[in-house]
Structures are given as structure tokens and as C-alpha cells.
Design a protein around this ligand. Structure first.
Ligand SMILES: [Zn+2]
Length: 292
């Protein structure tokens, strides 16, 4: 089984025009910001059984807002294939109500945060109720870490080192640092190595293969392969593109340095649901394979 821990549900109207204009800097070629699930399924590797963690995102400053009810509806298209996470923007009134609503009424199973896009620090004491709630209900928290194309989002809020400050105070919370914190991957490696409940995903990195090769060499040298999870950042990349891009890196040899193919395969097939405490979702599903 493959678990994609990072895919988006972005219904029409999720972004302001300013965000859409900035998003032209996302990849070298334009990205279609719509997220139909049938297109996601079309780009699964043939014959693979894939489970996907899906979320929208809320960040008023940057012009991103997806209601959690829309995420729950999206997941309802294939509830045995998808797990939904709620989002909050803690700079906005009502976020604590949205946290409870998303979890308790909509049945969403984790939390997505966008500190830089919304302009807050994850270790700010005003977020303590969120970290306490995540601890109490064992909700994994996935945070965007790493840079952005959005002009007004403050990069300082996104640095992986801030999660060290959170993890020292809330060590039981499971966190995923998205995108390996690019281009601060070494900082991410330093943070996930010291905290047992902290992981990083490799979403939206395969289309910068030179940088990803070097980042994974740092992962190798610090021996944190087991803390890496597969993710796509769909619609930015697909499962097929991500898996193929990772495998291609095993053919690289620079002055005798190369990535161990067996670690890349373990990353692709890692049981992230077990690591995130979400295995019960998988256990409930039927055994038949996805047909693509
Ligand atoms: Zn994303």
C-alpha cells in the first residue's frame, strides 16, 4: 500500500485573485489549481493500492480559505480511500470552534496549519489550546514548512526550527513538517531527528531533483529515513510523478555518493497511517484493489 499524506481539496473559489496571480511562480509550468478526485485517481501508479490524506487550508492573509465541510464532502466521494484533515487560521476569530466542529461533527482526523501563509508562529502561546486539543484527541498536525511564492507571507514563520519549540512543550503531538521544509531541509532533518513524534513529507519536491538529491543525502547521513513520509501536494504533483521521480534519483551517482534504493522503496511504501495513529481507517476498508 502507498499512503499519500499530503493532497489538497481546493473547490472553486478557494483563493483570491492575488493568490492565483502569485501562484504562477509555483512551478516552472502552470499548475491547474482545481483538484478533481478522478484526475488524482487517473495519475495513480497502475495496480497500486493508495490511501490519501486530504485537506484544504485556511490563511486569510494570503487569500486561501477552504471550509472544512467541503473537505468532508470531498472525502465522502471515496471514504475508504481518503482521510480528511481540518484547517484553522488562528489569527481569525472562531478558530477554536472550527477546530472542535471539524473534528467532532465532521469527523476529520487531523489538523493542517499554514503558519507563514496566515502570519503566525506555531510556538506562540495563543496556540496552546490547539496543541492541547491535538494531544488530548491524538490528532496529527501537518504544517506547511518551507518557502512560498506568496509575496506577503512572512518566511520567518515557516522555519522548521519553530517546531522544535512546540515539540519540547507538547512532545506527544504527532507532527508532519511538509515539503521537508525546502529550502531549509537541513533544519528539518535536525528537528525531526531529535523528536520521536516528528516526521517530514517529501511532497512537491521531485520536480527539483538536484535539490532533492542533496536533501535526501542529508537524510541519509543523519539517518532519519524512517521519519520521511510520502506526499504529493496534489494538484501540484501526482502519485505517479512523485514515485517515478524518487526512483529516478537512485540512478544518480555524484563522486561516489548515491542514495540507497532500498530506502527509497521503503519511503514509497511506508505505512504512514500506522505512524500517524490512523490505522483504524485502513482496517475498516474493503480488501479489493484500486483499478486504474
Ligand atoms: Zn500543500
Amino acid at each position: 500500500m502507498i499512503v499519500d499524506v499530503h493532497a489538497h481539496c481546493w473547490p472553486p473559489g478557494s483563493f483570491t485573485d492575488e493568490f492565483i496571480a502569485d501562484a504562477r511562480r509555483m512551478r516552472a509550468s502552470a499548475v491547474d489549481l482545481l483538484t478533481p478526485y478522478d484526475r488524482y485517481v487517473e495519475h495513480l501508479p497502475p495496480g497500486e493500492d493508495v490511501t490519501t490524506i486530504v485537506f484544504g487550508g485556511k490563511a486569510r492573509l494570503s487569500g486561501i480559505w477552504v471550509n472544512d465541510a467541503d473537505v468532508a464532502d470531498y472525502v465522502a466521494q471515496a471514504p475508504d480511500r481518503m482521510i480528511g484533515f481540518l484547517s484553522v487560521d488562528p489569527t481569525q476569530p472562531g478558530w477554536e470552534d472550527e477546530l472542535r466542529e471539524g473534528h467532532e461533527r465532521l469527523g476529520l482526523r487531523g489538523i493542517k496549519l499554514l503558519p507563514m501563509y496566515a502570519d503566525f508562529y506555531p510556538q506562540d502561546e495563543r496556540l496552546d489550546p490547539l496543541w492541547r486539543y491535538a494531544t488530548r484527541h491524538q490528532l496529527p498536525v501537518l504544517l506547511h514548512t518551507g518557502t512560498t511564492f506568496v509575496a506577503k507571507a512572512p518566511i520567518d514563520c515557516t522555519l522548521p526550527r519553530h517546531l522544535d519549540a512546540v515539540a519540547r512543550r507538547f512532545p506527544e503531538v504527532t507532527m508532519i513538517l511538509a515539503h521537508l521544509g525546502h529550502p531549509y531541509e537541513s533544519e528539518t532533518v535536525a528537528v525531526i531527528r531529535k523528536h520521536p513524534r516528528l516526521f517530514a513529507d517529501v511532497s512537491a519536491l521531485v520536480y527539483r531533483p538536484w535539490q532533492l538529491f542533496h536533501s535526501l543525502m542529508a537524510v541519509h547521513e543523519y539517518n532519519v529515513w524512517d521519519k520521511l513520509l510520502l506526499g504529493t501536494d496534489y494538484p501540484v504533483t501526482t502519485v505517479q510523478e512523485t514515485v517515478a521521480g524518487l526512483r529516478k534519483l537512485t540512478g544518480v551517482n555524484i563522486a561516489g555518493f548515491s542514495l540507497p534504493a532500498e530506502q527509497i522503496e521503503r519511503l514509497i511504501y511506508r505505512d504512514s497511517l500506522a505512524l500517524l495513529g490512523l490505522s483504524d481507517v485502513h482496517a475498516a476498508r474493503p480488501l479489493e484493489k484500486v483499478t486504474t
